[in-house]
Design a protein around this ligand. Structure first.
Ligand code: ADP
Length: 190
């Protein structure tokens, strides 16, 4: 089983590249951001609670996102593998994911970490805000907060996966195709 954590700050291109990787390798895409946005769209209680955090650019509580991932893993037992996009985002989420996957004997194969300069992240998010209408992409101070939350709570995961020998840094600057090629070259060797 090929289990990939697609990692990087907000605006690094995780969603775009996940689309390419699921097609190239036949994997299932698990994006906690997408899952949370569908809960909001469906007007569920979980969605309503999550929205308050997301609108401020804060993280949704670990228990909520871990529960969502757990049920998706259980619902897709026959999958060839998964791309985790936007998850894990804290060390506690990473530990929970390791426990879930190790219990099935299907550990993380590798963490692909997209590296993008801060100004480029802000520019990409603001232009996505114009085209997608996503509220959290339209306000520079919310974007800055998401990048700060990433630096504080999420970037420690780089060390976490380095210690397991699973971290692969990928240059995330360039065209979509160039970055896709870089990712593909790493995934083929996992
Ligand atoms: P981006 O990577 O551009 O920030 P996402 O769609 O991954 O976009 O996430 C949007 C928002 O959803 C985050 O700012 C956060 O509030 C919430 N979110 C998504 N995934 C998680 C997660 N694993 N843990 C906590 N909150 C999450």
């Amino acid at each position: 089983m090929l289990n990939i954590v697609l990692f990087g700050p907000p605006g690094a291109g995780k969603g775009t590249q996940a689309e390419f990787l699921i097609n190239a390798f036949g994997l299932i895409h698990l994006s906690t951001g997408d899952l949370l946005r569908s809960e909001i769209a469906a007007g569920t209680k979980l969605g309503l609670e999550a929205k308050a955090f997301m609108d401020k650019g804060e993280l949704v509580p670990d228990a909520v996102v871990i529960g969502m991932i757990k049920s998706k893993l259980e619902a897709n037992k026959d999958a060839k593998g998964f791309i985790f996009d936007g998850f894990p985002r804290t060390v506690d989420q990473a530990k929970a994911l390791d426990e879930l996957l190790n219990a099935n004997g299907t550990p993380i194969s590798g963490m692909l970490s997209l590296e993008v300069e801060k100004q480029e992240l802000i520019d990409r998010l603001l232009s996505r805000g114009i085209s997608s209408g996503r509220a959290d992409d339209q306000d520079q101070s919310i974007i800055e907060n998401r990048i700060n939350v990433y630096n504080e709570k999420t970037s420690p995961l780089i060390e976490y996966y380095k210690k397991q020998g699973k971290h692969f840094g990928i240059n995330g600057m360039g065209t979509i195709d160039e970055i896709a090629e870089r990712l593909k070259a790493v995934v083929e060797k996992l």
